[in-house]
Design a protein around this ligand. Structure first.
Ligand SMILES: C[S@@+](CC[C@H](N)C(=O)[O-])C[C@H]1O[C@@H](n2cnc3c(N)ncnc32)[C@H](O)[C@@H]1O
Length: 265
């Protein structure tokens, strides 16, 4: 009888476990992080299912509930590496290597995902919007952003940087989305995001926060989901008179579970 080949994911987890044992010099906090990572059921599942990241399940869970991705849709994935969201978006929109309609961008190199070419560049580079439009060959139906700024260890700084990425992503979505399109972006709880929410509410028919089960309870991470873009003829993105938005009301109104704590990567 032939021996069943070992799942490459299980091998990876075994290597990590050995490293934790061997690296007695590892800082306690890093040891705890690694231990939590390898014991995480989503990490184990992602290895078994062939996903590049546990983050893939966040998009799967959000899409299962809110129905954003459909076959044939054009999708832009901001902050794509290592590629979990690209894999999910390509599979659900039926984007293929021959006819790709999912395009990602990240400044970190990653292995190619069939059906989802990824631009190796900083999204904050002024040329990025043009390059993304060229690579996609038209306007997207969905703009996804899982971008997170590299952590500095200073929570406030990390928070401000990631919120800035979310705001730039929202401006981009407003300038490229097709009418009826959707925008999903990582954000953090407790930020001064009234202005952003107000701008999204003017331009989309439904805006709320979601916290998929795969997003760790102890993480301040949340996703902003803006559905059904009204279209650019609805007026300039931040034009008109602004009305104050009660963020706490918005958070409690969302349908998914939530939990306070640190940001997750
Ligand atoms: C949480 S990871 C994304 C995980 C991804 N959704 C997945 O499923 O594999 C965040 C990514 O955002 C990228 N990122 C952060 N700032 C960026 C920027 N200015 N331009 C491009 N990518 C950026 C990081 O390099 C990182 O790979």
């Amino acid at each position: 009888m032939t021996k069943k080949p070992e799942n490459p994911g299980s091998a990876g987890i075994r290597v990590l476990k050995t490293r934790i044992k061997k690296k007695s010099g590892l800082k306690e906090s890093s040891r705890r992080w690694l231990q939590r990572h390898i014991n995480d059921p989503y990490v184990q599942r992602s290895k078994a299912d062939g996903y590049r990241s546990r983050a893939a399940y966040k998009l799967i869970e959000i899409d299962d509930k809110h129905h954003l991705l459909k076959p044939g849709m054009k999708v832009i994935d901001l902050g794509a590496a290592p590629g979990g969201w690209c894999q999910v978006a390509a599979a659900r929109t039926k984007s293929t290597a021959e006819n790709p309609h999912v395009v990602g961008i990240d400044y970190l190199e990653m292995d190619a995902v069939p059906g989802a070419p990824v631009l190796l560049m900083d999204f904050l580079d002024p040329d990025a919007p043009q390059k993304l439009a060229e690579a996609l060959g038209g306007n997207p139906d969905v703009v996804l952003s899982d971008m997170a700024a590299p952590t500095t260890g200073h929570k406030r700084t990390d928070h401000i940087r990631t919120m800035h990425l979310c705001e730039v992503a929202a401006d981009f979505a407003l300038s490229v989305l097709k009418p009826g399109g959707h925008f999903l972006a990582k954000t953090f709880q407790g930020g001064a995001e009234n202005e952003l929410l107000s701008m999204l509410k003017k331009n989309f028919r439904s805006v709320h926060h979601v916290k998929p089960p795969a997003s760790r309870d102890e993480s301040v991470e949340l996703y902003l989901l803006a559905k059904d873009f009204k279209g650019r003829e609805a007026g300039p993105p931040s034009g008109g008179s602004e009305r104050p938005v009660d963020v706490s009301k918005d958070l409690s109104a969302r349908s998914d579970s939530e939990g306070p704590g640190d940001a997750e990567g």
